[in-house]
Design a protein around this ligand. Structure first.
Ligand code: ZN
Length: 269
């Protein structure tokens, strides 16, 4: 397949990701956080033919995203409805400085068990996104979102099954947001599900009276904290696979449908 097939309009260019990585390297180089000097060296040594593979490296993650977006497009059916869900699970709020101690593997495993109870025979593909949120000028906190693409219509029954089995974060203004995905919208939602960078979102009440957010670049200290977290939990370890599994074959990486099997976290890289 060629670029431009399922990749969404505005997909990051090589030039853009190189600039983002260079900015991060400068932030890391000035940081005294444990692990920052080692990560700086690895990112600086990343080059064509000898990629660093770090979850914090914008260049490596752009390549990874292209593979995963295409794998998701090939695996998720096109002949039926698709619903996207943004879910902030209970326990998904972490204080600034707390990402280093956060056990994402455990967090994902328990939310997958809840999804299995809510949607036992429905295929779900998604990823974990983390953003630095402030709401109405409060203290900034990290918020963990599960961004899920569910092979089902956005019905009252679907929403009720999720709400009954999957607890939302009580302090979040909107822990659940459901939308129907159109055929034309697939590229954009696949791209979002395998997001490789974290942002700051400032909450505000928009003109319609609803809570809304604007993404902004992270401040330097938070950018370093996020980079160290992303290095530890790269994209493939942040995938949510329910009724799907990742297969690393000689022809590359694919997502394979399980036949009503149990849910499983993303496989190891
Ligand atoms: Zn790299």
């Amino acid at each position: 397949m060629r670029d431009g097939d399922i990749l969404p309009p505005g997909f990051e260019t090589v030039l853009q990701v190189r600039e983002r990585r260079d900015r991060l390297v400068r932030q890391l180089a000035r940081s005294l956080e444990p692990g920052a000097p080692e990560l700086t060296s690895r990112l600086e040594l990343c080059r064509k033919g000898d990629r660093c593979g770090s979850g914090a490296c914008h260049v490596c993650q752009r390549l990874e995203r292209k593979i995963l977006i295409r794998a998701a497009d090939a695996a998720l059916r096109r002949d039926g409805p698709l619903t996207r869900l943004s879910w902030i699970p209970q326990g998904g709020v972490i204080p600034l400085g707390g990402l280093a101690a956060f056990d994402l593997r455990r967090f994902i495993a328990s939310r997958l068990r809840a999804l299995q109870r809510a949607l036992p025979s429905i295929v779900v593909f998604g990823g974990v996104d983390v953003s630095l949120n402030t709401f109405e000028n409060g203290v900034p906190v990290w918020v963990v979102h599960l961004y899920l693409l569910i092979e089902a219509a956005n019905t009252k029954a679907l929403r009720a099954a999720i709400l009954a089995r999957c607890p939302g974060e009580p302090s979040a203004p909107r822990p659940f947001q459901f939308w129907e995905v159109s055929r034309a919208g697939r590229a954009k939602v696949f791209s979002y599900a395998v997001k490789a960078a974290f942002y700051k979102r400032s909450g505000f009440i928009d003109a319609t009276g609803r809570a809304n957010t604007r993404p902004q670049a992270l401040p330097a200290g938070a950018a370093v904290e996020a980079a160290l977290f992303l290095d530890r939990w790269p994209l493939q370890r942040r995938l949510i696979l329910h009724g799907l599994r990742l297969v690393h074959g000689c022809d590359g990486l694919r997502l394979v449908r399980r036949n009503g099997g149990a849910s499983r976290r993303g496989s190891r890289p």
